[in-house]
Design a protein around this ligand. Structure first.
Ligand SMILES: *Cc1c(COP(=O)(O)O)cnc(C)c1O
Length: 378
């Protein structure tokens, strides 16, 4: 069986360095907000080009803390793509604000920026741009709208470590950005982890404080805060893996390019890259100039008989996953939305299938996946 993503294999490639980093951290006797934490915050902020970073417990907390630090809550609305992972919405709901859903475009699966303006009301405070599956949202249009209506732009970068939009890194494309280091993400820890990035010093100070019980100094609290920290052991592992992120993303890019060139099946729709995502050679090594970039957290195909394709691939020893089988507005957790209609989002949730696309796959596996898909008949 070719597994969808073998996390053991992925981490094994850097095992020696990871072991050393973990050992170093254990031996330091300091496990929270220590040296590894500080250096990873600095390294990741430098990598993305932002001034400030706060390591937190997970990606959902990163989003939640950004919204809370801006003071958005009851009575406020935040624009969120209808087609995303549920955490994007939960972060808004947990602050008491209302997520206002906007349909994606069927080519990129990201929020359709041309449908945002009609959802903006006097209560709207921010637009959450989710870079789904590893492709950045259309940030020029989103930022122009935000400027026009005086809204904040919050990036959900949980699927877009190392993604680039017009030469600028994801995480540095809006007012504040949230990352997840869940083990399966492009940059994954050995456990949960997350980070907020921003260039706004006062937002940074407030989030740092909120995430540490609401205090700047030990035992002196200015907010009713939370405990949300990235552990030093995770930070140490992430410091190792960050060095290889570009290389890993390039391998994903290579695999995706092979699929996009060689999968030829009239029943299957391949993912597309939005025209704005043009590579700059400096940040992407051997991706040539003018080539469109995407970090391929997921390689998502679409087909009318999705369950049949999944069964066929499984019978042929290829594991696939569905991201995601039920649209957020159809979830029991959001009963109040169950009668709303988002036809493009629903179509995507009914038709998508994610095929293996990660740096631990061999060329032979990629070839086998391609050939098997090419032999599929509806
Ligand atoms: C993974 C993910 C999150 C949440 O991150 P966690 O670290 O799992 O809390 C948020 N948004 C998107 C789009 C994600 O894929």
């Amino acid at each position: 069986m070719i597994s969808f993503m073998d996390l053991y294999k992925i981490n094994q490639r850097y095992r020696k360095e990871i072991d050393e980093a973990v050992k170093r951290t254990i031996d330091s006797g300091w496990y929270l907000l220590g040296k590894e934490y500080d250096s990873f915050c600095k390294n990741f902020a430098d990598f993305c080009g932002t001034k400030y970073a706060v390591g937190v417990a997970n990606g959902l907390d990163a989003l939640k803390l950004i919204i809370r630090a801006y003071g958005f809550g009851a009575g406020d609305e935040i624009i969120v793509p209808a087609n995303t992972f549920i955490a994007s919405m939960l972060a808004v709901s947990e602050n008491g604000a209302a997520p206002v859903l906007v349909e994606p475009d069927i080519c990129s699966y990201n929020i359709n920026p041309d449908l945002i303006a009609e959802k903006i009301t006097p209560k709207t405070k921010a637009i959450m741009a989710v870079h789904l599956y590893g492709q950045t949202a259309q940030m020029d249009k989103i930022c122009a709208l935000a400027k026009k209506y005086n809204l904040k732009v919050i990036e959900d970068c949980a699927q877009a470590h190392g993604a680039v939009y017009k030469g600028k890194m994801a995480g540095n494309l809006g007012d504040a950005a949230a990352f997840s280091f869940y083990p399966g993400k492009n940059l994954g820890a050995l456990g949960d982890g997350g980070m907020v990035l921003t260039n706004d010093e006062s937002l940074f100070e407030k989030i740092k404080c909120l995430a540490n019980y609401g205090g700047i100094k030990k035992y002196e609290y200015i907010y009713k805060g939370v405990n949300s920290r990235l552990s030093d052991i995770c930070a140490a592992v992430l410091n190792v893996k960050l060095k290889y992120l570009k290389e890993d993303n390039l391998r994903r890019f290579e695999i995706a390019k092979y699929y996009r060139t060689n999968i030829k099946n009239p029943f299957i729709i391949l993912p597309q890259i939005y025209d704005g995502n043009i590579a700059i050679p400096i940040s992407h090594g051997n991706i040539s100039q003018g080539e469109k970039v995407h970090v391929w957290y997921l390689f998502v195909v679409r087909t009318k008989n999705r369950d049949k394709l999944q069964k066929y691939l499984s019978e042929n020893e290829i594991q696939t996953l569905i991201h995601y089988p039920i649209a957020p507005h159809k979830q029991i957790a959001y009963k109040e939305w169950n009668n709303l209609s988002f036809p493009i989002t629903e179509q995507i949730h009914n038709e998508v299938l994610s095929i293996p696309c990660n740096p631990s796959l061999s060329d032979a596996e990629v070839k086998k996946i391609t050939e098997t898909i090419n032999n599929y008949k509806e």
